[in-house]
Design a protein around this ligand. Structure first.
Ligand code: HEM
Length: 120
């Protein structure tokens, strides 16, 4: 059975990803990251922190966001309820793995690591 709550929680996940994408794009284009890309990809790719935020984090998170959107439309088109659950698991599961892998956790290498509670 694929219930209204299943659909609502999937919608909640998609909206959270949309908000996160918007925040990420704002950080990307208002911060120094896009400036760095414009002044030369060679230097960006040589620096692990610059490469992480300007390329790896942004690209992988956009792929995760795409998976969530494609996933929701695949779930809508699924014929049976079992198929809806299976597609949710596959698309959202892959997106979640990508998101968890690309978060700059506090235990990542210095430069990339961000604290849970930043000091202002
Ligand atoms: C599901 C999607 C995403 C998640 C969960 C996520 C998560 C995060 C987290 C936890 C940080 C660290 C924030 C801090 O404490 O300083 C961060 C930083 C950042 N994110 Fe994302 N992000 C996502 C998508 C994106 C996208 C799509 C982009 C760009 C197109 C992006 C660009 C950035 C940039 C540039 C920073 C560095 C901020 C800085 O320190 O200057 N993010 N992200």
């Amino acid at each position: 059975m694929y219930t209204g709550s299943d659909n609502k929680s999937s919608l909640f996940f998609m909206i959270s990803c949309d908000i996160q994408l918007l925040l990420g794009l704002i950080l990307y284009f208002t911060g120094m990251w896009f400036e760095k890309v414009k002044s030369g990809m060679g230097a960006v790719m040589k620096d692990p922190t610059d490469r992480f935020f300007a390329v790896e984090h942004a690209m992988m998170m956009i792929i995760a966001w795409l998976l969530v959107h494609v996933g929701r439309s695949m779930v809508k088109r699924a014929g049976t309820d079992a198929q809806k659950h299976k597609r949710t698991l596959i698309y959202f599961g892959l997106a979640l793995i990508l998101i968890l892998a690309m978060i700059p956790w506090p235990f990542r290498q210095p430069g990339i690591a961000r604290q849970f509670f930043p000091q202002f």
